[in-house]
Design a protein around this ligand. Sequence first.
Ligand code: ZN
Length: 316
Amino acid sequence: MTLASRIPSRLRLGLCSLLLLTAPAFAAPIPVTATFSILGDLVKQVGGEQVEIHSLVGPDGDAHVYQPSPQDVRTLSQSKLLVSNGLHFEGWLDRLAQASGFKGAQVVASQGIQARAMADDDEEEHDGHGHDADEHHHHDGMDPHAWNDPENVIVYVNNIAQGLSRLDPEHADQYQANADAYVRQIQTLDGEYRPRFAALSAQQRRAITSHDAFGYLAQAYDLSLLAPQGINTEAEASAADVAKLIRQIRQEKIKALFVENISDPRLLEQIARETGVQPGGRLFSDALSAADGQAPDTLSLLRHNLDTLLKAMEQQ
Ligand SMILES: [Zn+2]
């Protein structure tokens, strides 16, 4: 006979509630769900050991075309905080939140950034297909890839710190200190690359990426990036778009061309073959790499992308 079973049941109940009352609000790590790997990493940078993160779309995953699993429904239902990108990136999130009965706190990491509008032709060609536009494809003309500009990552990190602090005020100072330290690393990185991009000529500033995921980065460093696929990987590039891009690459003698970790490389490889331009490396657009890859966290992702773009651009 165990000790517990010898204690009268009424007393046992009493002991249990006493334990619940005296335990700190979040003695165990706070269960947090992030919609994709980059956000998951940012929450980890800010939350440290106080959080236990689950990223719905994992390394090298494509959040544009993601389909939540029954396991995701369970994970979210057990979370205290949901961190999403916003800007209509996670078209599947509302339905998932509803299915899981999620009642926790939410942080929209991009809140407060200057949203970038999609070019008109992008919207027409890639986002709605004119007359047969449906809600699923609609992005309200906004580009969701704000995390690819280091300055926006600073906004993301501060939003996450505020969200965690509201939920767990006891550790608010620690969250803000972690965020501040991380922001300094981002600023150092930006300060390192900004002058090198500034030194490029107009010709060198051009490059081709697989889908249009680097608009904010291009805006930040004054680059001209073209992509056969639009903002959303769900829409296929039309043969006419690809032919137009190939003509442009030849005419403008663009030599910097990149594949992506989340997209099928075949289209870019086809363009490379037809133009004779060698791909200048792989960019990590919408997801981290696996832990043993080139971009296992957001800081190394930003560094890798800036470095890869710059090296290829300097050579053209
Ligand atoms: Zn994307």
